[in-house]
Design a protein around this ligand. Structure first.
Ligand code: NAD
Length: 403
């Protein structure tokens, strides 16, 4: 996470920050249970925080579909810790593969990097990993060259199902040139510490089980609800049919409540669970709350003026108060006129390695699909402009930026 304390110091509002995991939201009692999950523990590690209004933006967790062995043996791609774990695991695979007297078969297994899930997360990771190998690993440990392999496993007939057909073909073709093997129609059913077991559907429709040995396994099969969100949904009758997350209305209010808002991957507002949607929702809520604060201020000013008007000793004071009230009422109407949340889709972008990217971009009134080096420059400038902030602690830390 970005360090928020320094940032909050410069804000007008009084903000209390707790580094903790919210383990339960009690809707009836209007309290949240929080736990200190850090390594350094004090005497108090669990407590409650009461709320009047609540914004839930806890995101999602990794979907594993209950497949045995996934949680124990895979690396995920959600939190900063996950990236650090992957980097360490890659280096460990390389060092163990070069360990003296390692058998050729074992070297092959250790240097086989398997990514499960051909959505944007899996595709971008496979592309970045191939770059890491080409630009760095190969130079550092030249003896890896013949054995380092990346395989992307996808249950559906193609990768990037949400992109246009032309970009799907372009991605699969680029991966072929980059020597990333794409295994579509291959559904992982079981994971052990050294191999995955997957069901492959052949062109004739026949299914066949296969063991795929791996050194590093990265699991990117999409999002699942976090237990704290599932539990909140169970407390609100209007959420009984919600499946993918908290159903919200056009103002991002959780349906069936008046004082809870939800944003990002834990909310369902009929948009894809992307950062683009989440950041626009966040900005919308900031405007909404600022407006609510302004409304409160204006309403209390109006109440004061109405008292002044009632107690006015002469016509002049009364008229003065009346005119001020008229202005305030006009401002209040403007503030209260805030429309619902409207998502503006700027397009879908994904990096596919070798300085190439694919983009389905909304342009004026239409859409256009593009792939290649120019798209990569577009991708890079769009992502760089969003990634960097004076608060990012890690941008100059080579151990983090390498991957
Ligand atoms: P996803 O849900 O988009 O893709 C997961 C893929 O895993 C699916 O294609 C599914 O068929 C496959 N899968 C599931 N179970 C499997 C199994 N047992 N064996 C093999 N394959 C299996 O997930 P994601 O890629 O993590 O993306 C999640 C959301 O985040 C999406 O909305 C995506 O658009 C967004 N995202 C966007 C970008 C970007 O715009 N560049 C990058 C990352 C994520």
């Amino acid at each position: 996470m970005e360090p928020v304390r320094n940032f909050l110091r410069h804000k007008k509002a009084a903000v209390k920050f707790y580094e903790a995991e919210a383990t339960k939201i009690d809707y009836e009692r209007r309290v949240i249970s929080i736990n200190d999950d850090s390594e350094v523990k004090g005497d108090t590690t669990a407590t409650e925080v009461p709320f009047d209004m609540l914004v839930v933006g806890v995101g999602a967790e990794n979907a594993t579909f209950g497949i045995p062995g996934v949680k124990e043996h895979s690396c995920f791609l959600k939190e900063v810790n996950d990236a650090q774990k992957i980097r360490k695991a890659i280096m460990d695979c390389c060092e163990t593969a070069t360990f003296k007297d390692q058998s050729p078969e074992e070297i092959k297994r250790l240097l086989h990097m398997v990514v499960v899930g051909g959505g944007p997360t899996g595709v971008e990771f496979a592309g970045e990993l191939q770059d890491f190998f080409e630009h760095d690993l190969k130079k550092w440990i030249p003896e890896l060259a013949g054995n380092f392999r990346i395989t992307l496993v996808e249950a559906l007939p193609n990768v990037l199902p949400s992109f246009s057909k032309q970009l799907i073909d372009y991605t699969e073709q680029t991966f072929k040139e980059e020597t990333i093997e794409v295994r579509t129609k291959t559904m992982v059913k079981n994971v052990t510490d050294k191999y995955i077991e997957a069901e492959f559907t052949g062109p004739d429709g026949k299914k066949q089980m296969e063991k795929i040995p791996y050194g590093l396994l990265v699991w990117a099969t999409g999002n699942a609800l976090r237990p704290v969100v599932k539990d909140l949904m169970a407390q609100i009758p209007a959420q009984k049919d919600a499946r993918r997350g908290l159903n919200v209305n056009e103002y991002l209010v959780v349906k069936g409540t008046e004082n809870i808002w939800a944003v990002g991957d834990c909310a369902v507002a009929n948009y894809a669970p992307t950062a683009q949607v989440a950041s626009q929702e966040g900005a919308f809520l900031a405007r909404l709350f600022n407006n609510m604060a302004k409304t409160d201020t204006i309403e209390s000013e109006l109440a004061n003026l109405s008292e002044v008007q009632a107690a006015a000793p002469n016509k002049e004071t009364r008229d003065q108060a009346f005119n001020q009230m008229k202005d305030l009422q006009k401002r209040l109407r403007r503030v209260k006129q805030m429309g619902p949340f409207e998502y503006s889709h700027q397009g879908s972008l994904a990096y596919i390695g070798s300085e190439k990217a694919v983009a389905d971009v909304s342009w004026l009134t239409g859409n256009f699909a593009s792939g290649g080096k120019l798209t990569y420059l577009f991708w890079k400038s769009a992502y760089l402009s969003m990634c960097f902030s004076s608060k990012s602690p890690s941008i100059f830390d080579p151990s983090v930026t390498d991957l």
